[in-house]
Ligand binder design. Structure first.
Ligand SMILES: [Mn+2]
Length: 577
């Protein structure tokens, strides 16, 4: 069983609550998110589009807009070179909309995950040049490390704009206008935008320069999908994009978006939440590019006819079902190998198989990383070259640690928590050994202990509607702003529970006055406690009851016994007397 504890209250939480009049638990949650002033709290609780930063603060954005608008005025062909995931596809959709309105002959190019692979490779550039004969190539979600790909386009006399949010290497591609808030010398105040957030900015810069009136709302509906799906931190401007986009999705307008939400089972006429986008909508958009080209996802976003849109959304659901089956198979094979070996045996899981479908490796790696609570790297093969994806757990910087093994890679890139790359021919076995010993040496063992940590102690008696509304104002959630998990040392169940789906339960907790409804997805843990009828300690989340309205809690962990058995975590780096 995993360990559990309550995070120590930040020392500033008490004074912060006192000066602002915020409830203590709200002050604690804000302080834990680095928010410690009334002004910052106000900004956090009103993530409105008026708080956007000026697009032209992005280094390169003005020059990029100028190139694109003058190409549009000449009626030149611009290839928007994207990527096959939700971030890449939503970025392409926005730029194509803006460029099309500005009069450019804007063509979308999405590399094929298996045939082309990720990014602006010279081979792919040659294909784009031959098929589309562009005057300008503008990349989204890729290109920041494409030194050769850019050189290849420049040699053919094509102007290149690279927009990307991936980590910047030692060298930038020569001869390209680069828009990436992470590049040296960029004074854009927020560095964590997804590719579709950067595309939103560039689309606005283009429309401003071309004197167009482009609906910011319709860009936001699309940008919020990629921002949520790409697992960028849900902080600062990303949270503003997500919040404004989700609110606008209550009225999807575009037939493609409407059909997609309907197909994903998202209730109509109300704003979806980030979890619905992450777990129901994004996997459908991603499904297209995992098994085949991602064009179906892009075409759906751009479709104007409701009948066609409904058919395309249905087709994405079918492909998502296929993807799930393939992924279950790969994940099962890895599990079997680990079990046969008697456990992971190292601080990283590295596995490969020529039969594995490369389109599901990332998603399978992230499932296994959660399950075994350690980083996971999975590889398929392209001839004698291993091509793979890795996913990490919070606190283990996968990109940094994999970079230490860069000599094995032909190419490699990504983020703190996710990497992708291809190894040099014939080097997989050696890489696996090196990675296993490197990660085991570098990751402290306790980092791999799974700890269920509650952010604050809050008796369920204190969960009033008013407080619940305060807690809901922390939405949208994501990395860097998780849904708060709270702790209550003593609860009693009232009456019996009813099953909910395959593994869930629904029931009520005893409380002064009104009982509090709860749901839980761990029936196996809860049932023995229900039978004992004694008090239990729980970790829980405060949820909105979607259908019935009102407040309910989701019990995420529970154990019997008295509160004295629950340790309060020590602050990092020292013990408290
Ligand atoms: Mn991305």
């Amino acid at each position: 069983m995993s360990d559990w504890r309550i995070a120590p209250e930040p020392p500033e939480a008490g004074p912060f609550a006192a000066t602002t009049g915020l409830p203590r638990v709200v002050a604690t949650l804000l302080a834990r998110r680095g928010i410690g002033t009334a002004a910052a709290a106000d900004e956090f609780f009103r993530p409105e589009a008026s708080r956007f930063h000026d697009p032209l603060l992005l280094k390169g954005a003005e020059e990029a807009a100028e190139i694109l608008v003058s190409a549009a005025r000449r009626g030149s062909r611009v290839v928007v070179f994207g990527d096959y995931d939700v971030d890449g596809v939503t970025a392409v959709a926005q730029l194509r909309a803006a460029l099309g309105r500005a009069g450019a002959d804007a063509v979308a190019f999405l590399p094929h995950r298996l045939k082309d692979g990720y990014g602006l490779k010279p081979e792919t550039v040659r294909r784009v040049l031959a098929e589309h004969r562009p005057a300008v190539i503008v990349t989204v979600d890729c290109g920041i490390t494409a030194i050769e790909g850019v050189a290849c386009a420049r040699a053919a006399g094509v102007e290149v704009i690279v927009t990307d949010h991936h980590l910047v290497g030692a060298e930038l591609p020569n001869g390209a206008v680069v828009v990436n808030p992470r590049q040296p010398g960029c004074r854009y105040p927020y560095k964590e935008l997804a590719a579709c957030g950067i595309a939103l900015k560039l689309a606005l810069a283009v429309s401003r320069r071309a004197g167009l009136r482009l609906s910011e709302e319709s860009l936001l509906r699309v940008a919020c999908l990629g921002t949520i799906a790409d697992l960028v931190p849900m902080t600062g401007e990303n949270r503003v994009i997500a919040a404004a986009g989700l609110a606008a999705l209550a009225r999807p307008r575009a037939p493609g978006l409407a059909a997609l939400l309907r197909e994903a089972g998202v209730a109509q006429g109300q704003a979806p939440d980030a979890e619905e986008i992450a777990f129901r909508v994004a996997p459908r958009l991603n499904a297209a590019g995992r098994l085949d080209t991602a064009f179906l996802a892009l075409s759906l976003l751009e479709e104007r006819d409701p009948g066609n849109a409904a058919r395309m959304a249905r087709e994405l659901s079918v492909r998502n079902g296929e993807r799930q089956a393939i992924e279950r198979d790969v994940t099962g094979q890895v599990r079997q190998r680990i079990e046969r070996a008697g456990g992971p045996g190292a601080s990283v899981i590295v596995e490969a198989d020529p039969s594995w479908h490369r389109g599901v490796l990332g998603i399978s790696a992230s499932r296994l990383a959660r399950e075994y609570h350690r980083p996971v790297l999975l590889f398929g093969f392209e001839g004698d070259r291993a091509v793979g994806s890795g996913r990490s757990i919070p606190g283990v910087p996968l990109h940094d640690m994999t970079r230490d093994l860069a000599s094995f890679f032909l190419e490699f890139g990504g983020h703190d928590q996710a990497v992708g790359g291809r190894l040099l021919p014939g080097r997989y076995d050696e890489f696996r050994e090196a990675a296993r010993s490197h990660f085991t040496a570098r990751i402290p063992a306790e980092r791999l202990d799974r700890v269920e940590e509650a952010e604050a102690d809050l008796p369920i008696e204190a969960v009033t509607t008013e407080l619940a509304e305060r807690l809901w104002a922390f939405e949208p959630h994501g990395m860097g702003n998780p849904r708060p998990i709270l702790h209550c040392g003593e609860i009693c169940f009232e009456g019996d529970a009813t099953p909910l789906g395959a593994s869930g339960l629904r029931g009520r907790l005893r409380r002064d006055g009104q009982p509090l409804p709860y749901v839980s997805w761990s029936r196996a843990t809860l049932e023995p406690l229900l039978r004992q009828r004694g008090p239990a300690a729980v970790h829980y989340r405060v949820k909105r009851r979607r259908a019935a309205g009102g407040v309910e809690v989701e019990i995420v962990a529970a154990r019997g016994g008295r509160p004295s058995s629950i340790p309060v975590a020590q602050p990092p780096g020292g013990s408290v007397a």
